[in-house]
Design a binder for this molecule. Sequence first.
Ligand SMILES: O=C(O)c1cccc(C(=O)CC[C@H]2O[C@@H](n3cnc4c(=O)[nH]cnc43)[C@H](O)[C@@H]2O)c1
Length: 244
Amino acid sequence: MSAPLPRLLVVTAVAPEAAAVLRGVQTAIPHSGPVPHELPGGYALERCGPVDVLAAGVGPAAAAAGTATALTLAEYDLVVSAGIAGGFAPLAPLGCAVVAELIVAADLGAETPEGFATVTELGFGRVRHRTAHSAPVAAALRAAGLPTAVGPVLTVSTVTGSAARAAELTGRHPGAVAEAMEGFGVAEAAAAHGVPVLELRTVSNAVGPRDRAAWRIGEAFAALERAFALLPYDRLHHRAQHEG
Ligand SMILES: O=C(O)c1cccc(C(=O)CC[C@H]2O[C@@H](n3cnc4c(=O)[nH]cnc43)[C@H](O)[C@@H]2O)c1
């Protein structure tokens, strides 16, 4: 008899992202649901066998609130922040997957005469979390032919809309592959509950000058579904992590 699969909580911002994740999970783990559950606070959670998928809202605060609510009600081996993202060129082109090695709160700090200072540099709080399982997850996606970038994924409260802001972020975070708006909130809630965290997204747009016509949301949702169909679920068991 095979060992039970680890229990995952996947947190997206919006329902279409959750739906793409659920389609992928159902491909990987057939006959697994989804079964709807309503959580306190009105959150809609869908259960697919060992995988719970929650659409918690846009931004780090909504993500943290939803994640913390789910974590008070069940035990998980891993929490995954998932959805679409802006990719930093040339590392993360449209349609590729991005797997976070670090989840970084990129705008949590203060402007000073010397430039941006993180809350850690100011002496209070943390701005990054190290993730779990990034290497085996990226390897599995690449092995199946899904282009995948690995590196820091930035959490921002304001979507980047200029080349200057994109350059500022990559200057402060060399090797960053993507930005999105929820990862750090999910990671803070996971850390508070002692559960490992990962961020897995697919690229819908390039980080840089605002150009809505260039978004490829449909392709990003298709890639997100594919990524969750390819995850090595049996290898995602709990292990200690989280580094401030
Ligand atoms: O109005 C715009 O110009 C604009 C450009 C990119 C994204 C948005 C969103 O409102 C999407 C926010 C939503 O999707 C994730 N996401 C996707 N792309 C990005 C991005 O380039 N920067 C930050 N977040 C992005 C994010 O996690 C949110 O859930 C609007």
